[in-house]
Design a protein around this ligand. Structure first.
Ligand SMILES: Cc1cc2nc3c(=O)[nH]c(=O)nc-3n(C[C@H](O)[C@H](O)[C@H](O)COP(=O)(O)O)c2cc1C
Length: 282
């Protein structure tokens, strides 16, 4: 363990606010880059640097992949007309006029849980891909897509670009699949807006709960989080005040997302759509 520099201590302060902080951080350039992460929702109109997407894909392909099956794909939407069409469809579904970060970002990356190649190659070899009927296959491809995307996110941030993940793409899963010609056994897990951050309008590092909320040693401690929630609420409140965001508690946000069918939106129909795409989820 190295002595924490002022910069590192400041990063931990931003990540945890005044909550309990980890004391024995082994700071490396990669860990530091991870701690600096913040979602970016305001982009400059600059084009992506040449080679950016290829670099992101090399980083994404360097993530582990279940059984080395490579069951994910990336559809990089750079065509402005198509990106606008996707934006308009999302905005209609979530009932807002515009989602600036989709419009401003020069690229919208769609991360696909993709077992379509596995299905095609298996059929070429004369068999039906029976295993794809099971939930685990869907999960396997979804996990692969997530790991790939997170590696790409870090690579993007390391080159001065910014990203925000976009689960809202699942609100329009069916229309989106048609718009991008998605084959069977493929599903857009989430999108990612990518571009050069507009530093003038970019938000700060968002606090996370103290580690005992998420970290269990050996056995799960169901009540482990309770003692730390109020401190997290305090950190959330300070962050929201500093960012001029409307007052909202973490528990309130959780409650709303667990109880509001409006929040769920078009994702209510996901099971049907995923099954239509050939994943039987048995
Ligand atoms: C899978 C996933 C989906 C997300 N979907 C959206 C989204 O649709 N719209 C959005 O503005 N942010 C979205 N986010 C970003 C989260 O809101 C953000 O990561 C969280 O508030 C923490 O903030 P930070 O990334 O700045 O640390 C998503 C994040 C993840 C991991």
């Amino acid at each position: 363990m190295t002595e924490l520099t002022h910069t590192h201590a400041d990063l931990l302060q931003q990540r945890y606010g005044n909550q309990l902080k980890p004391e024995k951080i082994i700071m490396t350039p990669v860990v530091e880059a991870m701690l600096r992460h913040k979602s970016v929702r305001t982009f400059l109109p600059d084009a992506l640097p040449e080679g950016a997407i290829e670099t992101l894909v090399a980083a994404a392909q360097s993530a582990s992949t279940s059984s080395a099956l490579n069951q994910w794909s990336l559809v990089a939407v750079t065509d402005v007309a198509l990106k606008n069409e996707i934006h308009d469809t999302v905005a209609r579904e979530v009932k807002v006029d515009r989602i600036p970060w989709i419009l401003e970002a020069p690229a919208l990356l769609l991360w696909v849980a993709d077992a379509s190649r596995s299905a095609g190659i298996t059929r070429d070899l004369g068999d039906e891909p029976l295993v794809l009927d099971y939930l685990d296959s869907f999960l396997m491809a979804s996990v692969d897509a997530s790991l790939a995307a997170q590696n790409a996110a870090l690579a993007a941030e390391s080159m001065g670009l910014g990203i925000v993940f976009l689960g809202v793409m699942r609100n329009i899963a069916k229309e989106l699949a048609t718009m991008i010609n998605l084959p069977d056994h493929a599903f857009v897990s989430f999108g990612m807006a990518l571009g050069r951050p507009d530093a003038e309008r970019t938000s700060a590092i968002r606090p996370r709960p103290a580690q005992p909320v998420v970290l269990h040693y050996n056995r799960y401690n169901q009540e482990g989080y309770c003692d730390y929630v109020e401190d997290y609420e305090q950190a959330v409140s300070e962050f929201r005040t500093q960012q001029n965001m409307a007052a909202k508690t973490w528990k309130g946000a959780l409650h709303n997302s667990m109880t509001s069918m409006q929040y769920l939106g078009g994702r209510k129909a996901l099971h049907e759509m995923v099954v239509e795409k050939g994943f039987k989820l048995l």
